[in-house]
Unconditional design. Structure first.
Length: 203
């Protein structure tokens, strides 16, 4: 495959003029290759887990009689799976650059864009999909009927807004924590590798 990691580093790293020592070239070749493959593998594995969670969500809620809620949750998670898959494809489509240092920087920028886009999605989109889910869960309960009879429209609106803000905050917080837990070490290694190459490329 033309855009495989191996071809990228054969074309990129070996053409770097400032790093002429074969052992150093080989060392960073292997470190870069292994690190980016590990990041891609982790991202792909993490994304596939969304499908298992979607199936579990749909089955559990359907068994308890919340079929619409189960289907709703499954649809959202499957959509998230394909969105993440598209983002992973963007990483694979980073143009091959003769300077491997620039390629690593481009890779890091692409990852940061993915994290930023997902954070915005959770911040603004998560409340919009969670609130309908709560409605599907409570809509036929006595508590919901009683509450709707007693609560004023303005208070209901303010309550929904406050709940949306809370869900947005929790969604972003959970995403940042899980990203740190799953990818923190790998992203730090990527930063360290780029910093090392910057030192080696200094005149």
């Amino acid at each position: 495959m033309e855009k495989s990691i191996e071809n990228i580093w054969i074309k990129g790293f070996m053409n770097t003029e400032k790093l002429q020592i074969p052992k150093v070239v080989n060392l960073y070749n292997k470190k870069s290759d292994l690190l980016l493959e590990k990041i891609k593998h982790t991202y792909s594995k993490d994304n596939k887990s969304v499908l298992y969670i979607a199936a579990f969500f749909g089955i559990i809620f359907s068994l308890f009689g919340y079929i619409l809620l189960g289907l709703y949750g499954m649809s959202l998670m499957i959509a998230m799976y394909f969105l993440n898959k598209k983002m992973l494809k963007n990483l694979e489509n980073i143009p091959i650059i003769n300077d491997n240092y620039q390629y690593l920087k481009a890779y890091r920028i692409a990852i940061k864009k993915i994290i930023a886009a997902t954070t915005k999605l959770l911040g603004f989109g998560f409340p919009l999909v969670v609130i309908p889910g709560y409605w599907l869960f409570f809509r036929n309960t006595e508590m919901y009927t009683s509450m709707m009879d007693k609560i004023e429209p303005l208070n209901l609106f303010l309550g929904v807004v406050a709940f949306a803000i809370l869900i947005s905050f929790l969604g972003i917080l959970i995403y940042k924590l899980t990203t740190k837990l799953v990818y923190g070490n790998q992203l730090q290694r990527l930063n360290d590798l780029i910093n090392d190459m910057e030192e080696l490329n200094k005149d």
